[in-house]
Ligand binder design. Structure first.
Ligand SMILES: O=c1[nH]c(=O)n([C@H]2C[C@H](O)[C@@H](COP(=O)(O)O)O2)cc1CO
Length: 138
């Protein structure tokens, strides 16, 4: 599947290892991660070579062809929230994952849209099971 991976950039990069784990899992299982740059440790440097509108247009272009979204929502990120909302408007399935010790927005936790699934994970093994179940549902 073509997957849009959404994860914090300017909202903080503390969970980069989680984005890398998700990206690696998806690729190992034959999926195409269109927004792989989210899991790249040099993303701020490479993105600094692009204008704000180039970044926006590229990501919205990725979203157009994505078949589902996986969003790590533990960090308070404006961009992740915007992308989740855009995916809701597009009508594709969205898996939002977060760690137990985080302050996730009610706009995610309280979202009753039928395409939105929100799951808490405690470690990579737990997260892998959640990813497997979500991807098996198609
Ligand atoms: O440089 C960028 N490149 C980029 O692709 N994004 C997109 C992808 C991420 O899923 C999301 C991160 O948003 P934010 O930077 O507000 O945390 O927005 C966001 C930025 C910076 O806002």
């Amino acid at each position: 599947m073509k997957v849009f991976l959404s994860g914090s950039i300017r909202g903080g990069r503390q969970l980069l290892p989680v984005y890398q784990f998700i990206c690696g899992y998806l690729r190992r299982n034959g999926h195409e991660v269109l927004s792989w740059h989210v899991a790249h440790d040099g993303v701020e440097m490479t993105e600094s070579l692009m204008s704000e509108s180039q970044i926006y247009e590229r990501d919205m272009g990725f979203l157009k062809t994505s078949e589902c979204m996986i969003a790590e929502v533990s960090m308070a990120s404006t961009g992740v929230g915007y992308e989740v909302c855009s995916a809701i408007n597009k009508g594709i399935p969205i898996l939002c994952v977060h760690r137990p010790d985080t302050n996730v927005s009610a706009m995610i936790l309280g979202n009753t849209n039928g395409n939105v699934t929100v799951k808490e994970y405690s470690d990579n093994e737990d997260l892998e099971g959640i990813l497997r179940e979500f991807l098996a549902s198609f």
